[in-house]
Design a protein around this ligand. Structure first.
Ligand code: GLN
Length: 391
């Protein structure tokens, strides 16, 4: 067995005995679902998908569809037009609460039901089928394969979805829906009923982790800005009224769904997904949450963990006929630029005034942050003629 799979398998075995919690009771088709499947997948930068457990079992996305439909809305309308209809503050309330801002009626954020219905209503299309088709196409691009709707789950939710319909009527009364109530709600129920496996979800999450490019198909699905906006909102609102504690303990932007799925994004590292249908009191999967928490702590993946490579960039020094060349590699941010400048200052001081010039070659950098460039330009200029920057 692949060593990473072995590691994932170990995590799975650890959480398997936990059988507390229950399947979602308010959607009949979900209430009757088999509560036992357990699966876990990771999608990497090179598009490898590693998975363990019941990784071929399909389940409906439910609320996990919300961040990806938000991505579509941001892609089509831009941030300002979306924010005119929905906020970006954690609600501190359950996912189906009537969390509407006083005065404007804007839902707290796009990841609670009210906000998701508002977001879905913004997706263009003359009828429910056209809107749904555009959403399913976007979800499929994120997953890297054609996804389908589970009609039975859709009908079951539509038949019992009075609370979501009521939310939509309220939104409409505030002038916040981009459509009539019916197209908004029925399209929303359909997006929630899109079938996936944990492997699909891991790829979808990895597409957000890698700035909007699907690492399996290599297709750019959304812009880097859109992916970053979505991940930001996931980090503050993705786990409903346990979002704050989740960020503290796990430290990965995430999104859960009432069918038991969970996605988490480790920016520039990997996408992860877990599935187990029994839910806790917040509507988050007990075992899927435990899996991601364990992975984040074992792998040291908390987003606020210090990253040494950012502070100490790759440096190659060449002593050539026309002097010293310092070649920078990898990613250079503010902290890394400071490291380079300190090193150059010490070198210039040690060599004395009449030493040959040093050239700093920044052309091979994979990424040069604007702050780092500003630091290099000003600090190197202050060293006088001794150091030249090539960028
Ligand atoms: N379709 C579900 C609903 O609207 C999604 C909720 C969820 O997954 N938390 O109630």
């Amino acid at each position: 067995m692949h060593p990473i799979l072995q590691l994932l398998d170990g995590v799975l075995d650890e959480v398997r005995p936990r059988t507390e919690g229950a399947t979602a009771a308010y959607i009949p088709e979900l209430a009757h679902a088999d509560p036992d499947p357990l699966a876990f997948a990771v999608a990497t930068a090179r598009g490898r998908v590693l998975s363990v457990g019941d990784d071929r079992v399909e389940f409906t996305m439910q609320s996990i569809s919300k961040p990806f439909v938000l991505a579509l809305a941001l892609h089509e309308l831009g941030r300002d037009r979306v924010l005119a209809h929905v906020g970006v503050e954690p609600s501190g309330e359950p996912f189906n609460a009537i969390s509407l801002e006083e005065g404007t009626g804007r839902p707290a954020n796009p990841l609670v039901n009210a906000g998701a219905i508002a977001t879905t209503s913004l997706i263009a299309g003359d009828d429910i089928d056209t809107r749904t088709a555009r959403i399913v196409a976007m979800l499929s691009a994120f997953a890297g394969r054609s996804l389908w709707i589970d009609e039975a789950v859709y009908r079951s939710e539509s038949a019992t979805g009075d609370r979501n319909r009521a939310l939509a009527h309220l939104l409409r009364s505030y002038g916040l829906l981009g459509s009539e109530v019916d197209p908004a709600v029925e399209t929303y129920f359909r997006q929630c009923a899109v079938l996936v496996t944990v492997r699909d979800l891991a790829v979808m999450s990895a597409t957000l982790a890698f700035g909007g490019v699907n690492p399996v198909t290599r297709e750019r699905v959304v812009s880097e800005d859109v992916a970053r906006d979505v991940v930001s909102i996931m980090s503050s609102c993705g786990m409903y009224d346990s979002s704050g504690e989740w960020m503290l303990r796990v430290g990965l932007p995430a999104k859960s769904g009432v069918s038991g799925g969970l996605v988490a994004v480790s920016p520039s590292q990997f996408g992860v997904a877990a599935f187990s249908p029994r839910l806790d009191a917040h509507g988050n999967s007990v075992r899927a949450s435990a899996i991601v928490e364990r992975l984040a702590s074992d792998f040291g993946m908390h987003v606020f963990e210090p990253h040494e490579a950012v502070a100490e960039p790759g440096i190659e020094v060449d002593e050539g006929a026309e002097g010293t060349t310092v070649r920078l590699g990898g990613e250079l941010g503010f902290a890394g630029a400071e490291f380079v400048v300190t090193m150059l200052r010490e070198t210039v001081a040690a060599r004395g005034a009449d030493a040959a010039a040093i050239t700093v070659d920044a052309r091979e950098l994979a990424r040069l942050h604007p702050a780092a460039l500003a630091v290099l330009r000003t600090e190197l200029a202050a060293l006088g003629g001794a150091v030249r920057l090539r960028d």
